[in-house]
Design a protein around this ligand. Structure first.
Ligand SMILES: Nc1nc2c([nH]c(=O)n2[C@@H]2O[C@H](COP(=O)(O)OP(=O)(O)OP(=O)(O)O)[C@@H](O)[C@H]2O)c(=O)[nH]1
Ligand SMILES: [Mg+2]
Length: 141
């Protein structure tokens, strides 16, 4: 059974909230999107709202979430199913409640930061969700 993780893609204008994973954890020291394990009896949506409150002090409502998608990723040591939810917020009022480093970065700069391997596809899904995917320039006849 894969581990089920709920991820919050918290957007404020063109920026997104990221946090640094503590060094002693799986994929420690890398950047992450806030989120965590879906607990027994909880939906992924309930989990993401809880994790965003616990980790970065955001009081969000389930109704504010926009479902972005699900993705599976197989680390050599761990198989994970991620449920991705976007939240559009109007102020950057997150606080690092677990002593972690947090930052708001341009979505277009995510590619230049070090994330766990699973995040490559997560970022692609996010870009697609935001309409920032690949554009095919129409050729004029
Ligand atoms: N939160 C989060 N986890 C990620 C991301 N990318 C990624 O591979 N993961 C992996 O997904 C799992 C998430 O676990 P977590 O450490 O956030 O779980 P949690 O908040 O419940 O923490 P806990 O272990 O302290 O109770 C980890 O194995 C982590 O390496 C990401 O962007 N955000
Ligand atoms: Mg977490």
């Amino acid at each position: 059974m894969p581990l089920h993780i709920a991820i919050g893609l918290v957007l404020c204008g063109s920026k997104i909230l990221i946090a640094q994973r503590s060094i002693d954890k799986h994929q420690g020291g890398k950047w992450e999107f806030p989120g965590g394990k879906v607990e027994t009896g909880e939906t992924a949506l309930q989990a993401v709202v809880r994790e965003l409150a616990e980790e970065v002090g955001l009081a969000l409502e389930e109704a504010q979430a926009e479902f972005v998608g699900e993705l599976n990723y197989q680390y050599p040591e761990l198989s994970i199913r991620f449920s991705l939810f976007a939240f559009k917020v109007s102020t950057q009022c997150a606080i690092a409640r677990e002593g972690q480093l947090i930052d708001w970065v341009e979505v277009t700069q995510l590619d230049s930061l070090t994330f766990p391997a699973a995040n490559r596809e997560m970022i692609e899904r996010l870009n697609h969700f935001l309409g920032l995917g690949e554009y095919h320039v129409a050729r004029c006849l």
